[in-house]
Design a protein around this ligand. Sequence first.
Ligand code: ATP
Length: 374
Amino acid sequence: MNKTKQQAAGGTDAEIAVSARNVTMDFGAPIPAVDNASFDVEKGSFLTILGPSGSGKTTLLRMIAGFQTPTSGTITIGGKPVDAAPAHRRSVGMVFQKLALFPHMTAAENVAFPLKMRRVNPADIPGKVETFLNLVKLDGYADRRPHELSGGQQQRVAIARALVFEPELLLLDEPLAALDRKLREEMQLEFRRIQKELGVTTINVTHDQREALVVSDDIIVMDNGKIQQHAKPVGLYRAPNNLFVAGFIGISTFMDGVATNEGIKIGNDMLIGTLTKGVKAGETARGAVRAEQIRIAPSSDALGSLDMMLEGQVEDVIFEGERLTYVVASDRLPDVKFQIYHHDPHEFDLFEPGAAVSFGWNGRDMKVFPCHPQ
Ligand code: ATP
C-alpha cells in the first residue's frame, strides 16, 4: 500500500493515515462550509474535530468519508484519493448519532452484516462477531434485538459493527450526543480504550470540549469553516492560538484595553500579562485569564506572591459539585466580571456574596491577544 511518511507536528517521522490539502467546500453561502483546510492524521491516532454548531465539522467528516466531494483540494486515505473506491469498498467504519442498527436483527446479526456485505468466508463470521462483541463488553447479549438493549448497549453494538471488518479508519459523528451525561462520559472512556486496543486511526466530530480533551491525541478546532488550531489537548488548553480558541475551551475572563510590553492597559490601570504572537505594544488587545488560574483569598497577604493583585467583592457563588465558581467585581475595572474557580473540599463555603476579597494571577497566565482576526 502506498502509505505516505511525513514530518508530524512533534517532529517525528510518522506514518500518515489521512491527509487533507487545501480542502474547501463551498455551498454558495457567504462563507464556505469548509475553507482551505490542510492537516495530517497520524496512523493509529485519535483526532477530534471540535467546534460550535455550523462550524463545518460534519461537512469535513463527510468529505473524508467520501459522501461529499470538495469544491477544491484533495483528501487521501492511506495515500490514495478518497474517491478512488466506491463507498461500500472503502476501508472506513462509521458510527453516527442516529444509530441505524437494523431493528429486526439481533446484536450478533447486526455485527455480522458488514462481514456478509464484504463476502467474508461464512465459516469465519461467528468467531469475528464474538470477538468484537467481547471487545465492546456485550458478551451474553448476542441474541438481543436493539429494542431489548439500553442506549449505551446499542451504541456498543454500533461500535462493534463499525469495527468488525477491521477498517483502516473509524469515523465518529457525535455518536454520544444523545446519551445522558454519565453514560456519555463512560462511553468516552470506552471509545478511548477500544481505539487504543485496536490501534485504529479514528476521526471524531463533537461540539463537546470536555469529550475532545478526554478522548483525543490531537484536536482540530474549527470556527466559520476555518481550522483555528490543530494541537494536542494539553497544548490547546495551555496555549490557545487566538481569542476564539481561548473562549471555546475552558472558562476565561476577558479584558479589553491596549497591549503594552507588560500586559494590557485599561484606562490608567496596568494588568500584568503575556503578549501572544501577533499582538504588538500599542495595539487594541484583549486579555484572557482562565478561571482556575486566578487565586482568591480573604486578604492580599493570604494570596501569597502573585504578579497581579486586585481587591474586589463577591457578586455570585455558583456551586458545581466538585468546585465553586465565584463571580467577582473590582472597582478598578467596572466593566469586568471575573470568574474564579475554587476547589478546596475543606473550605467549601469560603465566601458569601458581598464578601470583600483579594484575587490575582501570574503574568504568564493572562494571555494578551490581538483583537483583529488572525
Ligand atoms: P453541527 O454541530 O450543528 O452539526 P457542523 O459544525 O457539523 O454543525 P456543518 O453541518 O458542517 O456544521 O455545516 C457547516 C455549514 O454548511 C452550515 O452553515 C450548513 O448550513 C452548511 N451546509 C452543510 N451541508 C450543506 C448542504 N448540503 N447544502 C448547503 N449548505 C450546507
